[in-house]
Write a protein that binds this ligand. Structure first.
Ligand code: NAP
Length: 199
């Protein structure tokens, strides 16, 4: 039997319902058995201001995905030293999975925001990424879907209405004292409150 595995890459600062709906929608469309969320370590392109610790972002992702048997969270990116590069994410996960199943029995899909994916030609080793996974860019309604110049069989863009929710908006709401109820899973809201994140 072939395995079809999604890798959901993101900073998840914090994870929200838009991410969960997007992962579920892509799992449905591409018939994925598993989606592995991979919170970034130090995002190479960002200053850490306003960024919750890797451990907080990882634990919030664990809390958010706990009830869905298709979803899991990997530490590959937060445990690797240095900036997070997607080619390393895929290489490490594929090496782990090769211990369970031969590499030629698995189809891999790397899922992330279409905005992030638009810059992929500037990422480390884009050819290596394309050789390892089909790319899926998810985006919010009204946002123009633009293919970042990749061959059509290399990438798919998917519109997800729930992505009207954004991590930036959630952080701004917390900072302003506005509620985030129903934008993030209840357990994530409790974690943010308990650990005084994003104030
Ligand atoms: P970002 O620039 O913070 O995000 C850009 C947009 O995409 C935001 O609107 C963001 O919304 C959305 N987004 C990000 N991840 C998403 C996801 N999994 N599902 C739905 N929307 C998502 O992007 P980032 O989080 O830093 O990076 C995304 C992924 O690309 C990570 O896995 C990162 O390691 C990888 N990446 C790799 C390289 C490289 O290899 N050189 C360079 C850049 C990014 P929210 O803020 O609401 O999530």
């Amino acid at each position: 039997m072939r395995h079809r595995i999604g890798v959901m890459g993101g900073t998840f600062n914090p994870i929200h319902h838009g991410h969960l709906v997007a992962a579920s929608e892509v799992a449905h469309r591409f018939d994925l058995q598993r989606v592995i969320f991979t919170p970034t370590g130090v995002p190479w392109h960002k200053a850490p201001l306003g960024l919750a610790s890797a451990e907080d972002r990882y634990l919030m992702a664990v809390i958010a995905t706990a009830s869905d048997p298709r979803f899991e969270v990997s530490r590959v990116d937060i445990d690797r030293e240095g900036p997070t590069y997607t080619v390393d994410t895929l290489r490490d996960l594929q090496a782990q999975f090769a211990e369970e199943s031969p590499a030629d029995t698995v189809d891999w899909f790397f899922i992330t925001g279409a905005d992030a994916l638009a810059d992929i030609v500037g990422w480390r080793d884009p050819d290596g990424i394309l050789a390892r996974a089909h790319l899926v860019g998810v985006t919010r309604p009204g946002h123009r879907l633009s293919n970042p110049g990749l061959p059509s069989d290399a990438a798919t863009l998917v519109e997800v209405p729930a992505l009207a929710i954004s991590s930036t908006d959630i952080r701004e709401r917390i900072h302003a004292g506005a509620p985030i109820d129903y934008l993030v899973p209840g357990g994530v809201a409790l974690w943010i409150d308990k650990h005084d994140l994003y104030r």
